[in-house]
Ligand binder design. Structure first.
Ligand code: DP6
Length: 319
């Protein structure tokens, strides 16, 4: 009986947005994330008559199949193991949430691969493997807050837990503004972003921004954490706009939502936003303000879907 592995998605408060090495997925910057309780992927790997990838009960072909099996081939080569594999994944990341699922998907897949072959790895070793599938997956090995230190080579580039069970009152409201699939993948977007004249200056700020974020977390300072996360997200989207040629993931609704967050803050309802490679906005807030923020967004965006998430756990085996 093969075991199912569960990994949760994470949202970066200090973003990974650039690679130093494409094939090894070595990042140009260190990043820091919050693992989310509401969104996760369950994956089982077993021996099969041929390689197969089933996602939410549907057999996959094309790009998603290719990405999964080129990753598994790398892992098989690394550990000197063989055999056709059947991968069965269920994504509990509603497309409505506008969240990327590659972080939970590749963390769960790396874990399920190891379970299938009886390979015992430390969390750090598993984080390195997950990184080969998708950079952000390196952080989904851990619960709470995780840091992916960029490192200089395969060995030194992995994530570790900063605090797996934070006591902080931190809520993340995922606002579904747009359900359409993104036009430019993160892999492509972060490549293009490097042509911005502001990319290098942003990179130079990475260590300082990370240190400030860690200090805010340690001091349990929500205001500092929120404003740093918002600044970092704006920097990422500024380098996109100023790339050559420039591009943006923003839609008109994204701008409206950004202004609404500023408006709420002026009214004394403290909240901040972060945005990834898509038009949807995620709002950082505290429990006491969730109701008011939700009410305001629902009225401005006509019954928009909002999911309230908080800290999720690290990777685990289900059975
Ligand atoms: C904006 O991890 O999806 O969410 O390594 O190419 O698979 P690949 O990229 P991916 O990029 C995530 C980008 C981001 C920021 C972040 O999660 O740090």
């Amino acid at each position: 009986m093969e075991k199912t592995v569960r990994a949760h998605t994470n949202i970066a408060l200090i973003k990974y947005w650039g690679k130093a090495n494409q094939s090894l997925r070595l990042p140009l910057m260190s990043s820091l994330s919050m693992t989310l309780d509401q969104f996760y992927t369950d994956t089982k790997v077993s021996a099969g008559p041929k390689n197969q990838f089933w996602l939410n009960g549907v057999e996959q072909s094309g790009q998603s199949y290719q990405r999964v099996f080129s990753f598994l081939k790398l892992l098989q080569e690394k550990f000197g193991v063989k055999g056709n594999l059947k991968v069965e994944s269920v994504n509990h990341v509603p497309t409505a949430a506008g969240l990327a699922s590659s972080s939970s998907a590749f963390a769960a897949l790396a874990g399920a691969f190891c379970v299938h072959y009886g390979i015992n790895l430390s969390a750090v070793e598993l984080s390195r493997l997950a990184r080969w599938g998708s950079g952000s997956a390196s952080r989904s090995i851990y619960g709470g807050f995780a840091i992916w230190q960029k490192g200089i080579d395969n060995e030194s580039s992995y994530a570790y837990a900063l605090d797996e069970k934070p006591q902080m009152d931190l809520q993340l409201l995922v606002v579904e503004l747009n359900k359409n699939p993104k036009e430019l993948s993160s892999t492509q977007g972060m490549k293009q972003a490097q042509t911005s004249p502001f990319f290098r200056p942003w990179l130079e700020r990475n260590q300082a921004e990370l240190a400030q974020m860690v200090a805010a977390i340690k001091a349990n300072d929500f205001s500092k954490l929120g404003s740093l996360a918002e600044l970092n997200a704006c920097e990422m989207h500024a380098v996109n706009l100023t790339a050559q040629p420039g591009f943006t993931y923003f839609e008109p609704a994204t701008i409206k939502a950004i202004k609404l967050v500023a408006d709420l803050r002026r009214l004394g309802i403290e909240c901040y936003f972060t945005i990834d490679a898509g038009p949807n906005i995620k709002i950082l807030s505290q429990l006491k303000n969730v109701k008011d923020i939700t009410k305001r967004f629902v009225s401005e965006f006509h019954n928009v879907n909002i999911i309230n998430a908080s800290f999720g756990p690290g990777i685990s085996c289900l059975n």
